[in-house]
Each structure stands twice: as structure tokens, then as C-alpha cells.
Design a protein around this ligand. Structure first.
Ligand SMILES: NC(=O)c1ccc[n+]([C@@H]2O[C@H](COP(=O)([O-])OP(=O)(O)OC[C@H]3O[C@@H](n4cnc5c(N)ncnc54)[C@H](OP(=O)(O)O)[C@@H]3O)[C@@H](O)[C@H]2O)c1
Length: 283
């Protein structure tokens, strides 16, 4: 039976995804770093208790998202991506409301290439390990939780200055400065249009399926090289894209070579090319 969620609490409301969710839920309460440091859990509890109307769901978009940065700060990554979601899940269970939390295709090692919701995680990086830890602690909470794995977000930038800049924005910026761009051709990911992810989240909460792990990304998988070429083709930018191996750009965190999220539990999501066309037509 459909469930009416009207006024969720959205944490990370000024990020890329949080901003889209705020638009879908006009009555939501949205908090970001300016309102609260979510790691101060007693402060979070009392701020929720002070709300005139208790939230009817919690949606956690807060994360330590700097994949290479987590290699230098593993404890900070574990605190925000691992322990915090676990505590939040217990809190949501106490309040009797569902929790939506987002995880990543980087919980997989990239060997098999395509992963359904039941596939066994084997993260290669601190970021992946911290997000996997968050998944495990949420699953132990006993509440009604939805762990939504997603990958490579793009869309309108979040209001926060530090909100992660998407690959699409980076490529469009670079195209104003260079005629030739090198892009990695041996790493393949799912990619996700943030407004589609927000809409899928709203549908998930409304349809109230069994608690568990769900995969939400636009259909298909693509290398950074092919993604860049498609961005410039649609945006009509005259840029030559040169394929390079991932070893060409040494980075601290190891990424999976191919990690496509298969969605076997929810209605199908549109192909990434259609979402990219829509985004670039809007920008
Ligand atoms: N972006 C991707 O490509 C990607 C890929 C896979 C999965 N995901 C997952 O999808 C979710 C949403 O990602 P996103 O890209 O929308 O994130 P985002 O744009 O970085 O937004 C996260 C928001 O949380 C805020 N925040 C961080 N630490 C906080 C704290 N301690 N207290 C309060 N607020 C804090 C950030 O503020 P500041 O800006 O001030 O730090 C930011 O506004 C995350 O769980 C992420 O791991 C994202």
C-alpha cells in the first residue's frame, strides 16, 4: 500500500543529491553543515526533538565523499560514512520512521564487472570500506532501512560550496580552457542523474518495499573517456578526447576497473544518455 511521506528530515540538504530531494519534498526539514555537525549526535537528537512536527522519514545524504582524501583520513571517513549511518539507523528505528541512506558501487572490487543487490562487496579503498561499514551497521539496526547504492552523480550543483563538483561540470569547465583532454578509458562505472535518484528515492519511500539494499543508477555503464566524448558531443564542444589508462593519473585510492550496478528490484531506470541529454539541455 502506498505510504505518504510529506516531511522527511534531509541531512546534507545543500549537497548535489540533498538539493534535489529538497525540491521534491517542499515540507521537508533540511539540514547541512551550517545547521549542525551530524557527528555531534547528542546535538542532532535534541535538534530533532525540538522540531514542532517529528519527521516521517530520515534521508541521509551526508558523506565523506572525497575518495582520495579518505586515504589520508581513514578515521574521519569511518566516522562519517560508517559509524554515523549506523547510529542514525538506530535513531530512526527508535522514532519508528524509515531511513534512506546512500552507498556506492565502490563497495565492489570491479572483477566481475556487473553487480546486483545481493553481490558480495569487496572494497578496494578506504572510501569503499567506510561505505560498506555503514551498510553493515544500518542492516544491524533492526529498523526499516533502505540502502541505496548509486554511482557517479551528476546534475545541478548543490548549494554548498564544497559540494562535490560533478564530472560533467569538470569537463564543461575544461572545454573552455583546452582543445584536447585526456580521459581514462579502462574504468567503467554506472552513472546517475541526481534528479532521477531523488525521484527514485521518493518512489521507494512511497511504495515502502521490504527493507534492504537497492541499486539506483541510470541504466548502462560507461568509461570516463566515452562519458567525456558524449558530454562534448551533446554540448557541441569542439574538444578532442584522448583515451589513457588509469595508471596515467596516479591516485591515492584504488578504484574498481568495472563496477556497474544492476537494478533487479525496482522499476527500470532510464539510460544514462537520455538523462545526460536532459541535463545538458537544461544547463
Ligand atoms: N557524488 C558521487 O559521485 C557519489 C557516488 C556514489 C555515491 N554517492 C553517495 O551519495 C550521497 C550523496 O552524495 P552527494 O554527491 O550529493 O554529496 P555532497 O554533494 O558532497 O553533499 C554532502 C553534504 O553533506 C554535508 N556534510 C558533510 N559532512 C557533514 C557533517 N559532518 N555535518 C553536516 N553536514 C555535512 C556537506 O557539506 P560540506 O559541503 O560543507 O562538506 C554537503 O553539503 C552520499 O552518501 C555519497 O557517498 C555519491
Amino acid at each position: 500500500m502506498p505510504v505518504s511521506i510529506q516531511h522527511p528530515l534531509i541531512l546534507g540538504a545543500k549537497g548535489t543529491l540533498g538539493g534535489q530531494l529538497m525540491q521534491l519534498y517542499p515540507e521537508a526539514v533540511g539540514w547541512d553543515r551550517e545547521e549542525i555537525d551530524v557527528l555531534d549526535f547528542p546535538a542532532l537528537r535534541s535538534k530533532v526533538a525540538d522540531l514542532a512536527r517529528p519527521p516521517d522519514a530520515m534521508i541521509n545524504c551526508v558523506a565523506f565523499n572525497d575518495v582520495d582524501g579518505t586515504e589520508d583520513r581513514p578515521e574521519a571517513a569511518m566516522a562519517l560514512n560508517g559509524d554515523f549511518p549506523g547510529r542514525l539507523a538506530q535513531f530512526a528505528a527508535e522514532l519508528g520512521v524509515p531511513l534512506v541512506h546512500y552507498s556506492t558501487n565502490y563497495v565492489f572490487d570491479g572483477v566481475r564487472g556487473e553487480y546486483d543487490e545481493a553481490a558480495q562487496p569487496a572494497p578496494l579503498s578506504i572510501y569503499g570500506r567506510s561505505k560498506h561499514r555503514g551498510e553493515q551497521l544500518i542492516a544491524e539496526s533492526g529498523g526499516r532501512f533502505y540502502i541505496v547504492r548509486t554511482a557517479v552523480l551528476f546534475g545541478p550543483k548543490g548549494a554548498s560550496d564544497l559540494s562535490k563538483k560533478s564530472f560533467v561540470d569538470l569537463m564543461l569547465d575544461l572545454s573552455t580552457k583546452r582543445d584536447t583532454i585526456q580521459a581514462v578509458s579502462d574504468e567503467i562505472n554506472s552513472i546517475t542523474y541526481a534528479p532521477d535518484l531523488a525521484a527514485a528515492t521518493r518512489d521507494l519511500l512511497a511504495s515502502a518495499p521490504p527493507a534492504g539494499i537497492y541499486h539506483v543508477a541510470n541504466a548502462g555503464g560507461v568509461s570516463w573517456f566515452d562519458f567525456a566524448r558524449e558530454i562534448f558531443r551533446i554540448a557541441r564542444r569542439q574538444v578532442t578526447v584522448v583515451p589513457v589508462p588509469s595508471t596515467h593519473f596516479p591516485r591515492k585510492a584504488t578504484r574498481p576497473a568495472k563496477a556497474i550496478l544492476l537494478n533487479t528490484k525496482l522499476p527500470p531506470h532510464r539510460p544514462w544518455q537520455a538523462a545526460l541529454e536532459e541535463f545538458l539541455a537544461r544547463s
